[in-house]
Ligand binder design. Structure first.
Ligand code: ZN
Length: 240
């Protein structure tokens, strides 16, 4: 699917397969198309539509959702609701994700839908540790992370828990629900007798009404980019 200012187009794209040819994603970039994913691109955006969205967003305050509605309207003014929202999963009118029967497609791994910090060390992506040069200083092959949280991001228990459906459970920055519940069941509280814990006690004061008392996670020290699949909901003060 090619997304352009003139609407959405389903086109066949054949990649060059010569021995010296660039990867499919780089070939798309060379022709002015920005792929939505890099390993097996299925959806691309023309540079024109991305520039146009930036301008609309800057001058008219258009949100991505509204801009996409406009593109759907341009594609099919009679049946805009039939224009797909996603190539992999359709989203029905109620906002529920509907799996299409394409089981043979590789499923994304935990955190894979979120982007890692590009300049930071990512083994297998921007550095090959097996080709490590011993002459280089050690800090070149290290990453420094900070952990912090927001203890005011409270979340009440939902009125209808069955209505709460995760669209990308554990595939982005947050840890998967089932995996996190398993960790919470295993994790033991270690009593910290020597610490002054007034802050934690204050934070715990009314936790029984809340499903979540805050949010925390890891970010890289230098650039402040959040680490995919590292964000957690605090259950009680700083506990996770
Ligand atoms: Zn970084």
């Amino acid at each position: 699917t090619v997304v352009d200012t003139s609407g959405l187009h389903s086109l066949m794209i054949r990649f060059c397969r010569y021995t010296n040819a660039l990867n499919p994603d780089m070939q798309l970039f060379e022709t002015g198309l920005f792929p939505a994913s890099f390993t097996l691109p299925k959806t691309t955006f023309t540079f024109a539509v991305l520039d146009n969205f930036l301008l609309d967003n800057l001058e008219c305050g258009t949100l991505a959702m509204n801009y996409y509605s406009k593109l759907r309207q341009i594609t099919s003014s009679m049946f805009p609701h039939l224009v797909p929202v996603s190539a992999v999963n359709g989203i029905d009118e109620g906002g529920q994700a509907v799996e299409t029967a394409e089981d043979e497609k590789p499923k994304p791994k935990p955190g894979e839908l979120a982007l890692s910090c590009p300049p930071c060390l990512q083994p297998g992506v921007n550095v090959n540790l097996s080709e490590k040069n011993a002459a280089n200083p050690a800090w070149l092959y290290s990453r420094s992370l900070v952990m912090d949280g927001n203890f005011k991001a409270e979340h009440l228990f939902p009125v209808n828990p069955t209505n709460e459906v995760a669209l990308t459970d554990g595939l982005g920055f947050m840890i998967g629900n089932a995996q996190y519940k398993m960790h919470l069941a295993e994790a033991q509280d270690i009593p910290k007798e020597n610490l002054t814990v007034t802050v934690v006690n204050q934070a715990n004061a009314s936790h029984h009404k809340l499903e979540v008392t805050g949010i925390g996670g890891c970010a890289c020290t230098r650039h402040g980019c959040f680490v995919p699949h590292s964000m957690v909901d605090f259950q009680k003060g700083e506990r996770f």
